[in-house]
Design a protein around this ligand. Structure first.
Ligand SMILES: Cc1cc2nc3c(=O)[nH]c(=O)nc-3n(C[C@H](O)[C@H](O)[C@H](O)COP(=O)(O)O)c2cc1C
Ligand code: SF4
Ligand code: SF4
Length: 297
C-alpha cells in the first residue's frame, strides 16, 4: 500500500503535520512518499498510489499560490483516491472555501474524494499564541488525526461545506498571489540587528533572498510565507505592509505535541472575541472523537 503526501509549507507547521500523518500511515504498513513544494521541486508522478493527500496552510482563506501552481501541473488517474489536510490559525467559516479549486479539478479528473480535514496550528502572522492554547490545539489535532484514520479505513469521507458567500469572499481576499511580490518591495533588514548568518537566504523556498557584499537582498518573487522573518534569530527583517502582524517565534511543536492537555482548558464555552470560533470546532471534534472511541471499544 502506498501513499503520497503533497504539501506546501511556509513556517513548517504543515511539514510538522505531514510528518505526523506519515507516521500514522507507516504504522499501518504503508510506504509513504512526501513531496514538499518549493521553487526547485520536480513535478511528482501520481500514479500507483492508493491515496494522495494534499496538505497546505490557508493563506487569506485560499490555498497558497505556489501550491496551486504546482497542483495545476499534476495529472491524476480516474478513481484516484485523495484527501485534503489543511491547517490555519483560526477557524472562521470563510476558511471553509479554501479547497474549492482542488475539489473542482479532482472532480473533473474523476478522482475519488476521501475527506477533508482542517487542523488548527499556531498562527505564523497576526500574533503569538499562548503555550497553553497550543497544547489544547495539539490535543484536538491528535483527536482529529484519529478521526481521519478511522474514516479512511471505514471509507467515510467528510466534506467541509462552504457557501457561495464564503467562496465569493475568499475569491476577493485571494491577494497573496500578487501580494507577496508587491510586498517584497518593502522588505527591509535592520543592519544593526542582522548578524549575516544567512539563514533567511538559505531557507527561502523561492530563492528570493540572497546575501551579497554582507547585505541581505530581497528579489520580487515572494510567496509571503513568512519563513525568513519568522525564523530570523535577530528579528531583523521588516515585512512591509504586514509588519504590524509579524510573528518571530520558534514553537517547539514536537514538545508541545507530546505534552499533556493544559490543566485548565484555554478555550471554554465562555471564550469570546477571536477565540470564539474554536468553541464549535473543538466541540465538533470532541463529539466525533467520543463516537468513534465508543465504536472501537
Ligand atoms: C500570508 C498568510 C495568510 C494567512 N491567512 C490565513 C487565513 O486566512 N486564515 C487563517 O486561519 N490563517 C491564516 N494564516 C496563518 C497560517 O495558515 C498558519 O499559521 C499555518 O499554520 C502556517 O503553516 P506553515 O507553517 O506550514 O506555513 C496565514 C498566514 C500567512 C503567512
Ligand atoms: S536570518 Fe536575520 S540575522 Fe540572519 S542574515 Fe537573515 S536577516 Fe540577518
Ligand atoms: S522572501 Fe521570505 S516571505 Fe518571501 S518567499 Fe522567501 S522566505 Fe518566504
Amino acid at each position: 500500500m502506498k501513499v503520497l503526501l503533497i504539501y506546501y509549507t511556509g513556517t513548517y507547521n504543515t511539514r510538522f503535520l505531514t510528518d505526523r500523518l506519515a507516521e500514522r500511515f507507516e504504522n499501518m504498513n504503508y510506504s509513504v512518499d512526501k513531496a514538499e513544494i518549493n521553487s526547485e521541486a520536480p513535478t511528482v508522478q501520481t500514479d500507483g498510489y492508493d491515496y494522495i493527500g494534499f496538505g497546505y496552510p490557508i493563506y487569506g482563506f485560499n490555498t497558497p499560490h505556489p501550491f496551486m501552481e504546482y497542483f495545476k501541473k499534476l495529472r491524476f488517474a480516474r478513481g484516484q483516491k485523495y484527501f485534503i489536510y489543511k491547517n490555519s490559525g483560526e477557524t472562521f467559516a470563510m476558511n471553509n472555501a479554501s479547497s474549492r479549486k482542488i475539489l473542482r479539478k479532482m472532480d473533473r479528473a474523476g478522482a475519488r474524494f476521501c475527506g477533508e480535514y482542517h487542523f488548527v496550528m499556531p498562527y505564523n502572522i497576526h500574533f503569538e499564541f499562548d503555550e497553553n492554547f497550543i497544547k489544547q490545539i495539539m490535543c484536538e489535532d491528535k483527536k482529529l488525526l484519529d478521526i481521519m484514520f478511522y474514516n479512511l479505513s471505514g471509507k467515510i469521507a467528510p466534506e467541509i461545506k462552504s457557501k457561495l458567500i464564503y467562496n465569493v469572499g475568499a475569491f476577493f481576499v485571494g491577494i497573496q498571489s500578487i501580494g507577496g511580490n508587491v510586498n517584497s518591495f518593502f522588505y527591509r533588514v535592520d543592519k544593526d540587528k542582522c548578524n549575516r548568518c544567512g539563514l533567511c537566504a538559505k531557507n527561502c523556498p523561492r530563492k528570493n533572498v540572497s546575501l551579497k557584499d554582507g547585505k541581505v537582498r530581497f528579489g520580487h518573487s515572494c510567496d509571503m510565507c513568512m519563513r525568513c522573518s519568522f525564523y530570523c534569530p535577530q528579528k531583523a527583517i521588516k515585512i512591509g505592509f504586514l509588519q504590524g502582524w509579524q510573528v518571530n517565534k520558534y514553537y517547539d511543536l514536537e514538545k508541545l505535541w507530546n505534552s499533556a492537555a493544559p490543566a485548565e482548558p484555554y478555550i471554554t464555552e465562555n471564550s469570546s472575541g477571536f477565540y470564539k470560533c474554536f468553541i464549535k470546532t473543538f466541540n465538533d471534534i470532541d463529539m466525533r472523537y467520543s463516537q468513534i472511541s465508543a465504536e472501537t471499544k
